[in-house]
Write a protein that binds this ligand. Structure first.
Ligand code: BYC
Length: 331
């Protein structure tokens, strides 16, 4: 946002001579002018809380999202595929860290957010509560899940909150690579033996509908969209982005030689978009309530990893404190 320090007036909020600028007016003007809000700027409490909610949920999704794919690292069909998958899973960990750092700039520590995740008080994306049953699921996740993630996240590069927007630029570049590697892996299976082709088709059948649910509830049931769009945290509604994803995926499925499991999917000349069938929102709500096929497994594994990593955090903290002490003595 145009730097306004105490005593200065934001150009868009100049009041009567001699009056201090109203911070809400300064904030509204910055958002209206498409300027970035930075950590030291004044912001409404509800804006801060909504950002922490969304960024935390996003960070948790990246961290929990490592599990379904990591399940296949030891069973990847070749050294090349194993190296690619390991790098991808590490990238997801990195994304989680950028996002926890972005949340920290809002005054919320990573420990606090992880505690809330482990206590079931913060969500992560519904998509990661489904199992990865075959090797083809790794390709389907790359193509569909990372593809949906990019469609949702590219507009967040223009989010009004600076640290979140900047984190998203790098994340989107990496997700774009992930999406292509998923596509390439599925293409190899689709063009392989009949069994491999069937395995790829089965994976797409299982991941298609949950991928559409990633975009969130329909617009008329989305509790946060209107306010988040007004604040320019979100730039498009859930349904707009879901439609954009369907339109992108259809020709890609054709190129893969695979079908999308929706008999109602067809081009609508009038709308200039694909029509698609009804999403099972009861299933979505059930997964959010904790009743998906893998909810318990994912959170149990996450808590265990956190407990087992306690010594690493303790050692890092002890090292940092020793380093600070040595620097103090040297000074
Ligand atoms: N799953 O008012 P709404 C990835 C919740 S990971 C679970 O529309 P909003 C990747 C929502 O939080 C991809 N919960 O919310 C990693 C809210 O509940 P609360 C993760 C969902 O925020 C590894 C309630 O439903 N991406 O890229 O306006 C490998 C009402 O929803 C879901 C992000 O997190 C869901 N699918 O819109 C591969 C992107 N959908 O908070 C890939 C950033 C909704 O009131 N987030 N809910 O308890 C966003 O863009 C938005 O938060 C959403 C939801 C579009 C997800």
């Amino acid at each position: 946002m145009t730097a306004v320090t105490e005593g200065q007036t934001h150009p868009a909020a100049e009041g009567r001579a001699g009056t201090a600028p109203d911070p809400q007016t300064v904030f509204d003007a910055a958002v209206a002018a498409d300027e970035r809000i930075e950590p030291r700027d004044w912001m409404p409490d509800a804006y801060r809380a909504s950002l922490v909610r969304q960024i935390a949920q996003h960070a948790h999704s990246e961290i929990i999202g490592m599990q379904p794919e990591a399940n296949w690292i030891t069973r990847a069909p070749s050294l090349r595929r194993k190296a690619i998958l390991m790098a991808k899973v590490q990238d997801e960990a990195g994304h989680g860290l950028y996002l926890y750092s972005a949340a920290e700039t809002l005054g919320t520590s990573r420990e606090e957010l992880l505690d809330k995740l482990h206590a079931g008080r913060q969500k992560y994306s519904s998509i990661f509560n489904y199992p990865t049953l075959t090797w083809a699921d790794v390709g389907a996740i790359g193509w569909l899940v990372d593809g949906a993630a990019i469609t949702n996240q590219v507009p967040i590069c223009r989010c009004s909150y600076g640290p979140y927007a900047r984190a998203m630029v790098r994340i989107c570049k990496e997700e774009s690579f992930h999406q292509r590697q998923g596509f390439e892996s599925l293409l190899a299976l689709s063009r392989g033996t009949p069994e491999q082709h069937a395995m790829a088709q089965d994976a797409v059948n299982r991941w298609w509908w949950p991928s559409l649910m990633m975009f969130g509830p329909p617009d008329d049931e989305s509790s946060h969209s209107a306010q988040s769009m007004q604040w320019k945290i979100k730039r498009h509604s859930n349904d707009e982005l879901r439609q954009r994803f369907v339109d992108i995926a259809v020709p890609q499925a054709e190129a893969l030689g695979l079908t999308l499991p929706d008999p109602d999917l067809r081009w609508n000349e009038e709308r200039g978009h694909h029509d698609f069938g009804a999403i099972d929102w009861a299933e979505f709500r059930d997964v959010l309530k904790g009743n998906g096929p893998c909810n318990d497994q994912r959170i149990t594994q996450r808590r265990r990893a956190h407990e087992e990593g306690a010594w690493v955090r303790d050692a890092a903290a002890a090292h940092a404190s020793k380093h600070r002490q040595n620097q103090g003595e040297a000074a």
